[in-house]
Design a protein around this ligand. Structure first.
Ligand code: CDP
Length: 221
């Protein structure tokens, strides 16, 4: 039987960093569902499609091949129709528009289908917004990570800095706030803590502390 671990939470709560380490420690596949919505958003921008063209975007979601693969240094890389877009999908323009794409019901249906397929073939650590509440409601372990807005902004800026991606901190704060609001208020599978998810406030915790807490719960120690 395959085991699923769901890690949800708002933007910049540290989900992806933590989820990746937890997956490595357990030998499970890490699935970054946000990267899938980001890849599609990048494609919409490439095609010059207006974000109001919902039907066209749903069609594009079905026609686009989105893959998550590990390179030989065990870094997760995101491919869109065979092109490596790992870096491009972190651009501000993608971050600013991804929630608009992710709120389209037909887009979510397609992504959720792909995500559930992955969880049927492997043990996974999947991070996102709706994994515990909607994508994998029967996940064996569910966590919901939060942190204060200022701390999440600080982390995101640090991340962009490390990747040499230029940014304006005020614009990042605005983007994160707006994205969270849109993710929380959408009609289909909004950002919400599943009732049976364990809440972890990471504001004053290091990555290692959060990882240890999660691993301890999973191993039932
Ligand atoms: O890394 P960060 O926390 O900034 O966000 P992300 O995980 O890359 O997700 C980007 C966006 O994709 C989110 O703001 C949501 O709009 C959308 N998303 C979603 O709707 N459902 C998911 N399971 C994952 C991401």
């Amino acid at each position: 039987m395959f085991v699923s671990v769901a890690i949800d939470g708002p933007a910049g709560a540290g989900k992806s960093t933590v989820a990746k380490i937890v997956a490595d420690r357990l030998g499970y596949l890490y699935v970054d569902t946000g990267a899938m919505y980001r890849a599609l958003t990048w494609k919409v921008l490439q095609e010059g499609l207006p974000f109001t063209e919902e039907e066209e975007i749903v069609r594009l979601a079905h026609d686009t091949d989105i893959e998550l693969k590990y390179d030989d240094r065990q870094q997760l890389r995101v491919f869109c129709d065979g092109r490596d877009v790992t870096r491009e999908i972190r651009q501000h323009q993608v971050s600013q528009n991804v929630s608009q794409v992710a709120r389209i019901p037909g887009v979510r249906r397609r992504m959720v289908e792909l995500q559930r397929q992955l969880a049927r073939t492997r043990s996974v650590v999947m991070d996102g917004r709706d994994i515990g509440s909607y994508v994998l409601p029967d996940a064996r372990h569910k966590f919901f990570l939060t942190a204060s807005l200022d701390e999440r902004v600080r982390r995101r800026c640090q991340q962009l800095d490390e990747q040499n991606i230029p940014f304006d901190p005020e614009a990042i704060k605005k983007e994160i706030k707006e994205r969270d609001e849109m993710d929380r208020s959408r009609a289909v599978a909004p950002l919400v803590k599943a009732p049976d998810a364990r809440l972890i406030d990471t504001t004053c915790q290091t990555i290692d502390q959060v990882v240890e807490e999660i691993i301890t719960v999973i191993r039932g120690e």
